[in-house]
Design a protein around this ligand. Structure first.
Ligand code: MLT
Length: 411
């Protein structure tokens, strides 16, 4: 008898963005004439940087010739990409990362979701709340939580509220935890943690033999000079932190797929017999067993963003999205709404008017203004009463969405 993994039954029906898409499709069916503007899922709208396109074309040509054709590549990624990553994202900050500490993948969503496999099945987890749902859902699937309660919390999980009241800087857990997920700049609130706040987490992890799983997918959007771009800027983080990075939002690779994870050799965890082992070796074992490497053509496209030309193009695209963020932030504030984020991240987090439940606000926005956003409650219980809009839309759509909210939404 093939019994199923009952942990899946603990999860709400759909993954957050699938549920948003389902509701939008149902509305479209009822109102085929509606001109819907999608500012829900954080999907980019600008084309890939020209430097990446040129590099990928050249890579296709290499694949067309016997002398330059490539089959399986190194599972951890080609050195040309790993060296570019290390040089531009770490050495430039004075940080030492070695080649065997970088794992190129098909995107950081997969890595953030899969990393939990290298921890014990009974490891305890802490997540900031609200946060990107992948961290929690994948741990539910793996059986590290109990059931979902009526307030939207899974038993056994340390939820760390990250709210307006605490300045989006969550307090340390009130019980010992083993795995700590931090997302900075945060998805969905668009807020960041200061150097002092991050140091607090690194110190906690060192004192409690915990590991920080640091999702920095939006690091390229940080504009304020004092905000760390990498967790490794914090002293001691090389012993306790794994960092996830993505080309999706940095360079428009949401459909092309490329990301990477840094697992320093010095991050270790204990086996039940008390012996300590580097997590790098476990992740390398997992990666090479379950993954055959990111496509050569894609890695060439990713590496091209580190050329001078590529860096300029990426900066222009990021500036475009951040101008959208400003338009949304200022537009909504001028309507009297409380808004957060949008300064170091492409997300704007708003308080729903009159404390309206977030899914109700989703429906209202869709019906009255034909604008799609993401309900805050989908990111965790502390997201209830909040709503996320993305700055990744086209400029024209972003301006139109704000104008419609101003004109059509009865606030
Ligand atoms: C989001 O909208 O939160 C992201 O696009 C989802 C993702 O990166 O997987």
């Amino acid at each position: 008898m093939a019994y199923l993994n009952e942990n899946y039954l603990k999860l709400p029906g759909n993954y957050l963005f699938s549920e948003v898409a389902r509701r939008v499709a149902a509305y479209r069916e009822e109102h085929p004439e509606a001109e819907i503007i999608r500012l829900g899922i954080g999907d980019v709208t600008l084309p890939l940087p020209a430097a990446s396109i040129a590099a990928m074309h050249a890579a296709v040509d290499e694949m067309a010739k016997k002398e330059t054709f490539r089959g399986y590549g190194p599972e951890q990624g080609y050195d040309f990409l790993i060296d570019a990553i290390i040089g531009k994202n770490y050495t430039s900050l004075g940080l030492k990362i070695s080649r065997d500490e970088v794992f190129v993948s098909d995107g950081s969503k997969s890595d953030c979701g899969n990393i939990q496999e290298i921890f014990s099945a009974d490891a305890s987890i802490a997540i900031t709340d609200p946060v990107y749902p992948v961290y929690l859902d994948t741990n539910v699937m793996a059986g590290r939580t109990g059931a979902l309660d009526k307030d939207g919390r899974f038993a056994g999980v340390a939820y760390l509220p990250s709210t307006e009241e605490n300045g989006f800087a969550p307090a340390l857990p009130d019980r010992p935890v083993d795995m700590i997920y931090l997302c900075c700049p945060n998805n969905p609130t668009g807020t960041t943690l200061s150097r002092t706040e991050l140091a607090k987490w690194v110190d906690y992890a060192r004192a409690n033999d915990a590991v920080i799983l640091f999702d920095a997918a939006y690091a390229a959007y940080i504009t304020e000079p004092d905000i760390p771009r990498s967790i490794y800027e914090i002293e001691g983080a090389r012993e306790v932190a794994i960092e996830f990075r993505s080309f999706s939002k940095t360079a428009g690779f949401t459909g092309t797929r490329c990301g990477y994870t840094v697992v320093p050799q010095s991050v270790t965890a204990k086996a039940k017999d008390g012996s300590r082992h580097p997590l790098n070796a476990l992740w390398a074992r997992r990666h090479s067993t379950k993954f055959n490497g990111t496509a050569y053509i894609i890695q060439r496209g990713a590496a091209a963003i580190y050329t001078d030309e590529g860096q300029k193009q990426v900066a222009e695209n990021i500036a475009y999205y951040m101008e959208n963020a400003r338009i949304i932030r200022e537009g909504l504030s001028s309507l009297g709404l409380s808004v957060f984020g949008g300064v170091n991240a492409p997300y704007i987090w708003l308080k729903t008017p009159n404390a309206m439940p977030s899914w109700d606000f989703f429906d209202k926005l869709l019906r009255e203004a034909n604008v799609v956003g993401t309900p805050g409650a989908g990111f965790g219980p502390s997201g209830e009463g909040y709503f996320r809009l993305t700055a990744f839309g086209a400029r024209e759509d972003t301006e139109k969405a704000i104008a419609r909210i101003r004109e059509k939404l009865a606030l």
